[in-house]
Design a binder for this molecule. Sequence first.
Ligand SMILES: [Zn+2]
Length: 147
Amino acid sequence: MSSKILQVPDKKLRVKCKEIQIINKSVEKEAFDLLEALKEFDRWYFPVNGLAANQIGLNKRIVIFRTWSRQSITMINPEIISSSIIFPSLEICASIPRTLRLKKRKLLTTVQYQDLQGKIKTLKLFWISSFTMQQEIDHLNGKLIID
Ligand SMILES: [Zn+2]
């Protein structure tokens, strides 16, 4: 278990993270730290495919998201701009040890975000990728799978 990842009931997991106005060197460094923290979960049986900045104590809207092809994407100010089809999702969270929760998620989502160059991008997500994204956006709003 990583020591960097905050665990419940840490209050930092409950903050609504702030939108990033300017992507500067310190944001780049924080995004890198978040990516490194995510990599520490590569040995888990259940893959952890996303991590939100407040899970390492940063009060900013940054998410690292892993695609099906194991590519890690840094998302600044990610936002779900559309979603559809309610679907059950059995979820774990790196911040809540030994816990599985059945959630109602959307099967399809479209997320919009900025990359580290400030360029606006959109990504269409399906199934587990879509569920992961919804959990990460919840994190940025201080919401956890146990809620
Ligand atoms: Zn989580």
